[in-house]
Design a protein around this ligand. Structure first.
Ligand SMILES: Nc1nc2c(ncn2[C@@H]2O[C@H](COP(=O)(O)OP(=O)(O)OP(=O)(O)O)[C@@H](O)[C@H]2O)c(=O)[nH]1
Ligand SMILES: [Mg+2]
Ligand SMILES: [Zn+2]
Ligand SMILES: [Zn+2]
Length: 236
């Protein structure tokens, strides 16, 4: 629930959040960490995707998770089974993570571990297609999930999420035979909002598309670290 009662207050709120996001990103950049903000409506498959990502990549990349939920540590407990640090943030009545909440997770990472050892921080946002897209948390890329059960029109009805996404995963592809859904229509509606996002159809049940997703993750981490590598090489 937001406190944006009037436009001026709303702008102030977003401005303060932006400052906090820059603080968080400065931490990540100093430590050579890439951060993804993973967003979708409730139940589109964020936690299952993170579980599969940890299972596939945790030996190759050093990963930590910041897990946002209004209440409970149910998702955080699922992800802890993969042996990576998971910092749970309960947002209470707030329907999104803001940069200050995520800073809490970042500072725990800093105090409990050597943050420079990490390559990737995955932030699972609160299930909501609306405001998580407005509140940057210091991420380098926004990942949006849209399950094929949600309807082809969602990119048009919730434009900001789809305009902001760097990568859009169309999830639950295994359910396509049971639904009257046109995947090409979904992709076209995403494209109408965002000509640039990488679109990857996936299924956590059959594994369809997951290798494409893992490769995208690895390429983002590699390109994020490239400026540091370039700087190190040129200073020799
Ligand atoms: N058939 C099918 N079901 C899936 C797939 N991915 C996730 N699910 C199911 O969808 C439900 C929700 O998955 P979660 O990963 O918990 O979704 P979430 O986005 O993390 O949900 P919130 O954190 O509550 O917003 C679970 O019952 C999953 O098993 C998929 O690829 N195919
Ligand atoms: Mg979840
Ligand atoms: Zn919200
Ligand atoms: Zn700090």
């Amino acid at each position: 629930m937001h406190q944006t009662f009037d436009a001026a207050l709303g702008i102030n709120l977003l401005h303060a959040n932006q400052k906090g996001a820059e603080h968080n990103r400065a931490h990540f950049d100093k430590w050579g960490i890439t951060c993804f903000n993973v967003m979708s409506s409730p139940g589109a498959g964020k936690t299952v995707l993170l579980e599969q990502t940890l299972a596939a990549l945790k030996d190759e990349l050093k990963i930590a998770v910041i897990e946002g939920d209004m209440t409970t540590e149910l998702d955080a407990d699922r992800l802890r089974q993969y042996g990576v640090p998971v910092f749970a943030i309960n947002t209470g009545r707030s329907c999104h993570l803001d940069s200050k909440m995520v800073a809490g997770g970042i500072h725990q990472l800093e105090h409990q571990y050597n943050p420079s050892d990490f390559d990737l921080v995955l932030v699972e946002n609160v299930g909501n297609l609306v405001c998580p897209a407005e509140f940057e948390v210091g991420e380098h890329a926004k990942i949006a999930l849209l399950s094929i059960t949600e309807g082809e029109d969602k990119p048009l009805k919730y434009p900001v999420m789809f305009q902001e996404a760097d990568c859009l995963l169309i999830t639950k592809m295994d359910l396509a035979p049971y639904l009257e859904v046109d995947i090409n229509r979904i992709a076209a509606n995403v494209r109408q909002m965002n000509p640039y996002a990488t679109i990857i159809p996936v299924s956590a049940k059959t594994g369809e598309g997951l290798d494409v997703w893992f490769d995208w993750v690895k390429s983002q981490v590699a390109s994020q670290n490239q400026p540091l590598l370039d700087a190190a090489i040129s200073s020799r």
